[in-house]
Design a protein around this ligand. Structure first.
Ligand code: PFF
Length: 434
């Protein structure tokens, strides 16, 4: 029996799901910490430049390929030539690797929800976080709980839940972010955070930062691992995807900027380390909540909404593998769920352990967790985006005027897809890795 392909019930459901995929931990957790490690404002300038110039083309190409072929991503590659099958598999493979650290961060959130419920008065947040991540048994349990919830929801199908999360919870999240941001701006020395974020020092520009900005841009917009292709393949009617692309880019960038303006003033006000890495937000946020009357209520609301944002992104990451496993091997969604739970879980466990027991084992001087984060966003996603642009432009011959109304933009798209973007991606990859 062959599986029936899912379809979005309306265009709005699709847009909401795509925005839900984009807005997630990448905006609230990853963006501030990568920016903190890459010199602040100058990183922001490069990041925004890449979002506005480079990312539109691969995003449209992914959506268009999905919509046009109505296939899961490996088949899309295989149909060009069986030799490309392996490159197609790089998409769900990247997804599994991303899942294995993304769900750990989701597990941290679950822990913070539990703690805020218990009205837990933590006094030293920096050491709380670093001791919590070393409590490996708890982190593994929290990670698996989050992974289970996400896989369960994905296994039930793509539509249920996503609509509610995006329709109701995301606007609520934006409102809460604005509230916290205003509070953060009222803290002493907040202006130092704003300067850090908006006063660029171009002498800090280098190839490594360029690649980090590209990786962050692709990661946050969900480009370069087949998620948009897969979501695009569930579009029913012949609806335009251009507006969806604008909506994704606009809302995602808005959330990242709100998160930055909430976090950086607080970091400087509390005298925290701006380049402290993956724990940055998890150390800074509790400081903010501790200063607000009834802060634990705000903390609870914040982490629940962040959880919802992570969930809708997590679902889209998993859906790529779900589509590939169910359609290629004709396996039920329940069986696919089991395979993915154990597959992702078995990579997550060593990644959790890399915060303590395995912290001495490094790959290119990165712990396993940091390595997974680095290699997926900075190498696999640009590489996947590059291959996808070439396939869409040269093999499927996707033409701008069939997907974009504006004639000039459509022409620019054609040139971008076949020539400019692939060259830029190769150059940035080269400069960043050399
Ligand atoms: N864009 C998501 C975020 O910012 O949290 C993460 C993500 C989702 C990455 C889907 C890749 C992907 F295909």
């Amino acid at each position: 029996m062959t599986q029936e392909r899912p379809v979005w019930s309306s265009k709005l459901t699709f847009i909401l799901a795509a925005v839900g995929s984009a807005v997630g931990l990448g905006n609230i957790w990853r963006f501030p910490y990568i920016m903190g490690q890459n010199g602040g404002a100058v990183f922001l300038v490069v990041y925004l430049f890449l979002i506005l110039t480079i990312c539109f083309v691969p995003m449209m190409a992914e959506l268009a390929l999905g919509k046009h072929t109505k296939k899961e991503c490996v088949k899309v590659y295989e149909d060009v030539s069986p030799k490309l099958k392996l490159l197609g598999y790089l998409n769900p493979f990247t997804g599994v690797l991303i899942s294995s650290f993304y769900f750990i961060v989701g597990g941290w959130i679950v822990n913070y929800i539990v703690k805020s419920l218990a009205d837990y008065k933590i006094t030293d947040y920096a050491s709380y976080f670093s001791s919590f991540v070393k409590d490996e048994k708890s982190v593994i349990i929290y990670t698996l709980v989050f992974l289970f919830i996400c896989i369960f929801l994905t296994a039930r199908g793509i539509k249920r839940g996503i609509e509610f999360a995006n329709n109701v919870l995301m606007p609520l999240f934006a409102v809460l972010l604005v509230g916290l941001l205003i509070f953060s701006l009222s803290l002493p020395n907040a202006h130092l955070g704003l300067e850090y974020m908006f006063k660029p020092d171009f002498s800090k520009l280098n190839g490594h930062m360029l690649l980090s900005a590209l990786g962050q841009a692709l990661f946050t917009l969900s480009i370069g691992m087949g998620a948009l292709l897969t979501y695009g393949s569930y579009i029913k009617e012949d609806k335009s995807i251009t507006k969806s692309a604008y909506t994704i880019i606009f809302s995602d960038t808005l959330f990242a900027l709100l998160a930055g303006i909430m976090i950086f003033p607080a970091i400087f006000s509390f005298g925290l380390e701006v380049d402290s890495g993956a724990g940055l937000v998890f150390v800074t946020l509790p400081y903010i909540f501790s200063q607000i009357p009834h802060g634990n209520i705000f903390a609870f609301a914040f982490f629940v909404l962040l959880f919802a944002a992570a969930l809708t992104s997590g679902i889209s990451i998993l859906e790529v593998s779900f589509a590939t496993i169910t359609e290629r091997f004709n396996i039920s969604r329940i069986k696919a769920a089991t395979i993915l739970f154990f597959g992702v879980g078995s990579i997550s466990v060593p990644a959790v352990l890399s915060f303590d027991k395995l912290s001495n084992y490094t790959i290119f001087s990165k712990t396993f967790f940091d390595f997974l984060d680095f290699v997926t966003a900075n190498i696999f996603m640009p590489l996947n985006a590059l291959i996808l642009c070439l396939i869409a432009g040269w093999c499927y011959k996707i033409k701008g005027d069939t997907i974009i109304k504006n004639v000039v933009l459509a022409k620019l798209f054609d040139i971008g897809l076949k020539f400019v973007i692939p060259v830029v991606l190769v150059v940035v990859l080269y400069m960043g890795l050399k």
